[in-house]
Design a protein around this ligand. Structure first.
Ligand code: PLP
Length: 409
């Protein structure tokens, strides 16, 4: 069967919206257009009913109550509201306003709010992960201080797919009376989630990572045992229990709810299918090529994510060799320089290997033909590049490259 090009293997960056989500949304642009905050007429009631249904669908996906869902514009906003909102609400008097614990391989949407809070007088510990990318609960326990007010650790990592022991961390935080937030953007909708069982106080997720629309997200805010309060970031009409003012994006929220429901329905089938395809990709690549390193814990990992370093090739050239395949690379283009991914760096992956890393993010639209095409492209591309690589020549001659003393200019 022929494959259509280009091939999309970047589902950790965003997912295509499911057509069933679009169908659910369409009536809520022109026909049911009311403002869900309009309390005194049918137009408002209809919009509100649609939002309520979506709230139920979203809550059901994570084992929460509908009233515990706060609508946002996406996970970046959810993280900001959770982290800044909780820190500022539970701030202490005195020189240090409180201590926050997070991981050094969080998404920027967590790291940057934490850095902002540092400037405001909070103390933040950024824990480096072990080499396999999975934090241990002991790492968190060891970092906890008398004045720790917030722990924020992602459920699954967006670059390498590794899964943190969130229920154990939740239990620890409950025992210590510390507010616990998790950025579950890559986890929710793909893996079973229960905020009660996992002891989570605040949880972020986003529509466009679960085959829903872009620009819509949700924050779970625990209402009992304990009731979590947040200082709002956006003030206005007091929507969303005063935590997030602004007229609700009704059509987007309807889409978000529908996306959640579809994830509930399809979770197991998607999981098994994508895991089989991901494993096929990794097996076929590593069978045919030496010098491939799979980054992150291989077991404790999302089913649809694979992050592989290809030794002795240059990352940019490899991407060029597989232009018709949309993937993410371990190089992040910042303003002028090409920086290796801070996630891989903090795992201890060297700069060279980080630069030549590729993240494959499989999704609902991924087919076996696409995986086989991709494997073929990569194998041919890597072999071709290595033929021209003096480093690979040296390696094959048995020279240990790590022991080579390079001349410095
Ligand atoms: C995509 C992503 C975000 C940002 O979500 P947006 O909805 O795009 O703001 C945050 N955290 C993780 C782990 C992500 O993968």
């Amino acid at each position: 069967m022929a494959v259509n090009l280009p091939i999309y293997l970047d589902h950790n960056a965003t997912t295509p919206m499911d057509k069933r989500v679009l169908d659910a949304m369409l009536p809520y642009f022109c026909d049911v257009f009311g403002n869900s905050a309009s309390r005194n007429h049918q137009f408002g009631w209809d919009a509100e009913a649609a939002v309520d249904t979506a709230r139920e669908q979203a809550a059901a996906l994570i084992g929460a109550k509908p009233k515990e869902i706060i609508w946002t514009s996406g996970s970046t906003e959810s993280n900001n509201l959770a982290i800044k909102g909780a820190a500022r609400m539970y701030a202490k008097e005195g020189e240090c306003k409180g201590h926050i614990i997070t991981s050094s391989i969080e998404h920027k949407a967590t790291l940057d709010p934490c850095k902002r809070l540092q400037m405001e007088g909070f103390d933040v510990t950024f824990i480096d992960p072990p080499a396999d990318g999975v934090h241990t609960v002991d790492q968190i326990a060891d970092a906890i201080r008398e004045d720790t007010i917030l722990v924020t650790v992602m459920w699954a990592n967006n670059e390498i797919g590794t899964i943190n022991p969130i229920p154990e961390i939740g239990k620890l935080c409950k025992e210590k009376g510390i507010v616990f937030h998790t950025d579950a953007t890559q986890w929710v909708g793909k893996m079973p989630t229960n905020v009660e069982e996992a002891g989570i106080d605040l949880l972020s997720w986003s529509g466009h990572k679960i085959y829903g629309p872009k620009g819509v997200g949700a924050l779970y805010v625990r209402r009992r045992k304990p009731r979590i309060r947040l200082e709002p970031i956006i003030d206005g009409g007091g929507h969303e229990r005063g935590m997030r003012s602004g007229t609700l994006n009704v059509s987007g929220i309807v889409g978000f709810g529908q996306a959640c429901e579809l994830c509930s329905q399809d979770m197991q089938t998607d999981h098994d299918r994508l895991k089989a395809l991901r494993d096929r990709l990794e097996a076929r690549i590593t069978e045919q090529l030496d010098g491939c390193e799979i980054n992150g814990n291989k077991q404790n990992r999302l089913p649809h994510t694979s992050n592989i370093s290809f030794a002795w090739v240059e990352g940019e050239s490899l991407l060029m060799a597989m232009k018709e395949i949309a993937v993410s690379s371990g190089s992040a283009c910042t303003s002028a320089s090409l920086e290796p991914s801070y996630v891989l760096k903090n795992l201890g992956v060297g700069d060279e290997l980080a630069h030549s890393s590729i993240r494959f993010g499989l999704g609902r639209i991924t087919t076996e033909e696409e995986i086989d095409y991709t494997v073929d492209k990569i194998v041919k591309g890597v072999e071709h590049l290595r033929k021209m690589s003096p480093l690979y020549e040296m390696h094959k001659e048995g020279i240990d490259l790590s022991k080579v003393e390079w001349a410095h200019h």
